[in-house]
Design a protein around this ligand. Structure first.
Ligand SMILES: Cc1ncc(COP(=O)(O)O)c(C=O)c1O
Length: 289
């Protein structure tokens, strides 16, 4: 690492084979990640210097790169970049891997140049015990070519979060164009109804979240029922009227209970704590499940 390295640091960055301090990171203004948001990213929680569920994150990234025609470097290169970054930031709480299509013309046309890979490690975000959520007036397009991919095109999420913040909330829920419940701005969603958890099926257009998938697998093994379903947005009336609980899931925040939806208090489901504890326990025991 360069002169800016600090022992025991919780932040570092990697670009073109070199580990640098994040403030020293330099990216071409012609990079298509910068100019048109043409890229993919993954964010993993980091525990004791080791990224959680890295193999699943890399599989999702490589699968999306193939579908979107992004010429991603081999997975070993990405693993090495993550390892070198975390070596320079042993106290990091999260690591982000971004792959863009590299330098290109200012418009939508890509050039043939190599992809850009950037890894950044930083402190873990403060883990909120409860989330405050609003329903957004916009929809997720379940037929978009970017649906199901963790694209760096996050402009809609930026506007969504501005909307949520202006209403005192920290997350927001999206319907898809068919009026079905889809996901949060940066999380998947689970409802607890009559002792059963339900989560929107992937054809809703939600991201195939790593946390969501692990919960589906771990809950089944633990005898907790979690089902994928097509859910009309009217299911949120069950939440607003106190007949259902609501949980959000993401890699950096784990399982978070929702305490308010559109300003109404949300009851916590009877099994919500058990599901959250199950996730915490299994993710502590298995670093790359
Ligand atoms: C739109 C969206 N949905 C769901 C998630 C949760 O996915 P994961 O559990 O893989 O972090 C994220 C994470 O950032 C997201 O951006």
């Amino acid at each position: 690492m360069t002169a800016s390295s600090r022992p025991g640091s919780d932040e570092a960055a990697w670009i073109a084979g070199e580990v640098v301090h994040p403030t020293a990171l330099r990216l071409s203004i012609a990079d298509h990640g910068f100019s048109v948001g043409d890229g993919l990213f993954e964010t993993c929680a980091v525990r004791d210097g080791v990224p959680f569920a890295l193999s699943r994150h890399l599989r999702r990234l490589m699968g999306s790169a193939l579908t979107l025609g992004l010429d991603c470097p081999p997975v070993e290169t990405l693993r090495q970049a993550v390892a070198e970054t975390l070596h320079a930031a042993p106290r990091a709480g999260r690591v982000r891997l971004t792959v863009t299509s590299g330098a290109g013309p200012a418009g939508a046309m890509r050039a043939d140049g190599p992809a850009t890979v950037v890894v950044t490690a930083g402190p873990a975000p403060r883990r909120a015990l409860r989330a405050t959520v609003v329903e957004l007036p916009w929809v997720r397009n379940e037929r978009s070519p970017l649906t199901g991919h963790k694209s760096t095109s996050y402009g809609e999420s930026v506007q969504g979060l501005r909307y949520a913040r202006s209403r005192g909330a920290d997350e927001a829920l999206l319907a898809n164009s068919r009026g079905e419940l889809c996901e949060g701005l940066a999380s998947n969603v689970l409802l607890e109804i009559d002792g059963i958890f339900v989560t929107p099926a992937l054809d809703s257009g939600c991201l195939p979240g790593i946390t969501r998938q692990l919960l589906l697998e771990w809950a089944e093994a633990a005898g907790l029922a979690v089902q994928e379903a097509t859910l009309s947005m009217t299911v949120l009336d069950e939440v607003r009227s106190g007949r259902a609980g609501l949980l959000m899931t993401s890699s950096v925040r784990g399982v978070t209970a929702v305490s308010r939806l559109d300003g109404r208090r949300v009851v916590q489901g009877e099994l919500a704590q058990a599901l959250s504890d199950l996730y915490d326990r299994r993710s502590r025991d298995e670093i790359d499940p």
